[in-house]
Design a protein around this ligand. Structure first.
Ligand SMILES: Nc1ncnc2c1ncn2[C@@H]1O[C@H](COP(=O)(O)OP(=O)(O)O)[C@@H](O)[C@H]1O
Ligand SMILES: Cc1ncc(COP(=O)(O)O)c(C=O)c1O
Length: 267
């Protein structure tokens, strides 16, 4: 029997309070009526006794390969969303999976490091991610911190800078790059700039609130993967994802952590 809906293959970490990571990814796919299959890359448990700092545990590389083997034996995904990988052996396993399977519509959210990991690990992860996984990406969705690292540009003060950085990152191999200005965009709009390989396009929505919201990046990238899985053009998928995340931020939930979390439901 053919699948009743498109399938998105998610490679992402668990964030145990549920706001970010694979929990946000699977909720997002459900809202788009896309079936999500998950390969878990790592486990992040915030520590409520230590200012909610991140405790990070990678999943063994062979277990990552096994999970992907199961998913890909079962389904032919119409898109892929890659979230936090967090360790070099994980990045290498994901490179092997992508090289072997030749999957369509790969959306890579380049989560370089989480708080609580060794700062020295950031450089290794950055280098490995660029070299091993970035060349497979059809769409890369860096936030401004990741944009600065990946483009080598320190000054990202204007929307024009976002576009220039997106082009520079594309030179490293990704086919399209969406630089997320988010809350740090000058003015009252959260503006993301897409370099699609031939033109720059801005996606703007009014800023909601003033606090950073957890799960926004995951929600946006996964919503793009959902749109691409359904056959939308890249521009249409980004536009719909941008509306979806903005509405999710407006409905964000407040728990005990210092940040609110995007809520994909109640639409
Ligand atoms: N307060 C906000 N209001 C409206 N849109 C926002 C807000 N914060 C982030 N966004 C949007 O949410 C998406 C995720 O961005 P961001 O939070 O910067 O990513 P990340 O979670 O990777 O740091 C982007 O489309 C960004 O423009
Ligand atoms: C497992 C995991 N993936 C991804 C992220 C990134 O989340 P966001 O969508 O807020 O950028 C986090 C952040 O804590 C995480 O723990």
């Amino acid at each position: 029997m053919t699948a009743p809906t498109p399938v998105t293959f998610v490679i992402a970490g668990s964030e145990s309070t549920g706001g970010a990571g694979c929990q946000a990814d699977l909720r997002t796919l459900q809202e788009f009526n896309v079936y999500g299959a998950l390969t878990l890359s790592c486990i992040v448990s915030f520590d409520p006794k230590d200012n909610w700092n991140h405790r990070f545990v990678p999943i063994d590389a062979q277990v990552i390969r096994d999970q992907a083997e199961a998913t890909l034996a079962d389904w032919s995904p119409a898109s892929v969303k890659i979230g936090m990988l967090g360790a070099v052996p994980t990045i290498e396993a994901v490179r092997d999976i992508l090289a072997e399977a030749k999957l369509p519509n790969i959306v890579l959210d380049p989560v370089l490091i989480c708080k609580g990991q060794e700062p020295g690990a950031a450089l290794d992860i950055d280098t490995a991610l660029r070299r091993e996984v970035l060349p497979f990406a059809d769409v890369l969705t860096p936030n401004l911190v990741e944009t600065s690292i990946l483009s080598g540009m320190d000054d990202l003060a204007s929307v024009r800078d976002f576009g220039e950085a997106a082009k520079r990152i594309a030179d490293a191999g990704a086919r399209a790059v969406l630089v997320k200005g988010g809350m740090d965009t000058p003015g009252d709009q959260a503006i993301d700039v897409l370099w699609d390989g031939s033109e720059l396009v801005q996606f703007a929505r009014p800023k909601v609130g003033s606090k950073r919201v957890s799960g926004a990046g995951d929600t946006l990238a996964t919503a793009i993967a959902a749109g691409l899985a359904k056959g939308d053009s890249l521009h249409d998928a980004v536009d719909a994802a941008k509306s979806f995340v903005t509405e999710g931020i407006a409905r964000s939930l407040e728990g005990q952590t210092p940040f609110d979390v995007v809520w994909q439901g109640d639409r």
